[in-house]
Ligand binder design. Structure first.
Ligand code: ADP
Length: 475
């Protein structure tokens, strides 16, 4: 119902989607926000009551016999403390999964907040004749909780009636009663306006965010579709060059071989980009599949490092592998791990100059396995270190542009590491080199979960992956 009024004039927001399709999600989100804020309010109210108790005991106690309202105040503060503690406990007991219970708790929060403040307000009439507690309660409720028109109207009417009836019952004089009625009326109008302002702002932001989310999703779907379309002809080109390589090797002149090498390398570069885009969109849409099996990570890492020696030697770089473990079997997605390591190695080779070293190391740290790729390359400036894990993040300097790249590689590496349950960090010093550290969980998997299609000859795949992942490196 409340959505009707906000989106009758949809023209300002240019929403392409039906706002009502989000109604359920919006309602649930609002209740959760209200509960969280309610807990905070209960906590603050508890602390205020505690402060009140101190004031009652240390400052006002001498007046207890003279003005009984001061003594009542003490009891009200104690009751408030018990009540708000009870609400906070209820908040933590509730598992937030049941919408009905959530709603019930939310209304309980508001009901108790109002009730306690009104009793305090009426009691305050006997002390200083002010309605400050009532004002505070209404302002808190209207500005902190997200309430629709009906909810806030019920709260305003109930509190207006109970407060003023309370005043009549305690027989305050007519002039004060009229003053209080007019004050509570004005306050009610303010509370309603404030509440609806906050509520409409939240609903509009929520729907605009949804619109943005769906636009981003559409963009990712488009990227994914385009990448698929680009991949098909590339696979055919790759297969054709492979066939020419094997079938016509003898008949090809050196010049033709050079052209063929160029075609192969560049179609591999395209394939790498397309694969990376596809993987990034798969991960963001939650469609990435992880196939873990128990693998000797030391053996696999050594095999991958050895498979890129052609590239490191081609650039005159010394590539070393070391491990503090003879072997280590852990549950790992072999293909994702290869992509991670090949990406890191590709960057290290790209950004390291002739005669320098790259060290790849494996070691064990508590219940984790540490993979380190350490190079003596150009390094990354401190202010750019966080940027390089962003999608398309590159160190935009002439130094880095000496090498080819799109800036998608490391963002994918990070996403892969995270889907494998690990973390990646980097330490780098400009002009001295960089260390990429990947920590992976040292956990085995139950073998049944292994998919058959990943049991094929991994040696062959590594060779193919190397050509694709290191296609940015021109020898
Ligand atoms: P790209 O495909 O452009 O290599 P990456 O995401 O893999 O994209 O890397 C992003 C940027 O991070 C690179 O352009 C480069 O500036 C920087 N970088 C990554 N690895 C290294 C490294 N080992 N040494 C120096 N700079 C690096």
């Amino acid at each position: 119902m409340f959505l009707n009024s906000f989106f009758q004039d949809n023209s300002h927001y240019k929403l392409h989607q039906d706002p009502f399709s989000f109604k359920k999600e919006l309602n649930e989100t609002i209740i959760l926000i209200n509960l969280y804020r309610g807990k905070l309010v209960a906590l603050i109210a508890f602390l205020l009551c505690l402060l009140g108790v101190f004031i009652d005991i240390f400052i006002n106690k001498s007046r207890w016999n003279l003005i009984p309202a001061y003594k009542n105040l003490y009891y009200l503060h104690i009751t408030g403390m018990v009540l708000f503690t009870f609400l906070i406990i209820l908040y933590y007991i509730n598992d937030m999964k049941n919408l009905f219970l959530n709603k019930l708790l939310h209304y309980t929060f508001i009901f108790f907040a109002l009730l306690s403040n009104e009793i305090l307000s009426i009691n305050a009439q006997f002390i200083h004749g002010q309605m400050s507690a009532y004002i505070i309660a209404m302002m808190f409720i209207s500005s902190i909780f997200l309430l629709n028109k009906v909810e806030i109207l019920i709260i305003i009417i109930v509190s207006f009636l109970t407060f003023n009836i309370g005043l009549v019952m305690i027989h305050i004089n007519e002039v004060d009663l009229i003053g209080n009625i007019s004050n509570t009326l004005t306050l009610s109008v303010c509370a309603f306006t404030i509440s609806q302002l906050f509520f409409s702002m939240y609903v509009k932001n929520f729907l605009i965010n949804k619109e943005l989310e769906s636009t981003l999703k559409m963009k990712d779907e488009f990227l994914s579709l385009m990448s698929h379309e680009l991949k098909t002809p590339l696979t055919v080109i790759n297969a054709a060059t492979q066939a020419i390589d094997t079938l016509c090797k003898e008949e090809m002149s050196d010049r033709l071989k050079r052209y063929m090498k160029n075609i192969k390398q560049n179609s591999n570069r395209q394939l790498r980009l397309v694969n990376n885009i596809l993987d990034v969109t798969r991960i963001y849409s939650g469609r990435i599949k992880i196939h873990k099996k128990n693998i000797d990570i030391v053996f696999l890492t050594k095999a991958i490092v050895e498979s890129v020696t052609l590239y490191s030697e081609g650039k005159g770089i010394n590539l070393y592998f070391s491990s503090s473990l003879n072997n280590k079997i852990i549950g790992l997605d072999e293909e994702k791990y290869e992509r991670i390591l090949l990406n890191l190695l590709s960057n290290s080779i790209k950004f390291t100059n002739q005669g320098k070293c790259i060290n790849v190391g494996i070691s064990s740290i508590e219940d984790r396995i540490l993979l380190e790729v350490r190079d003596e390359g150009i390094g990354i400036p401190n202010d750019k270190i966080n940027l390089i894990f962003e999608r398309f993040g590159q160190v935009d300097s002439s130094l880095s542009r000496q090498a080819e790249g799109t800036g998608i590689g490391l963002s994918l590496v990070k996403l892969f590491v995270e889907v494998l349950g690990g973390t990646i960090t980097i330490k780098s010093e400009l002009g001295k080199g960089s260390v990429f550290s990947v920590l992976l969980p040292d956990i085995k998997v139950v073998e049944e979960s292994v998919k058959k299609d990943f049991m094929d000859s991994s040696d062959n795949r590594i060779i193919q992956s190397v050509d694709i992942e290191l296609s940015d490196i021109y020898l």
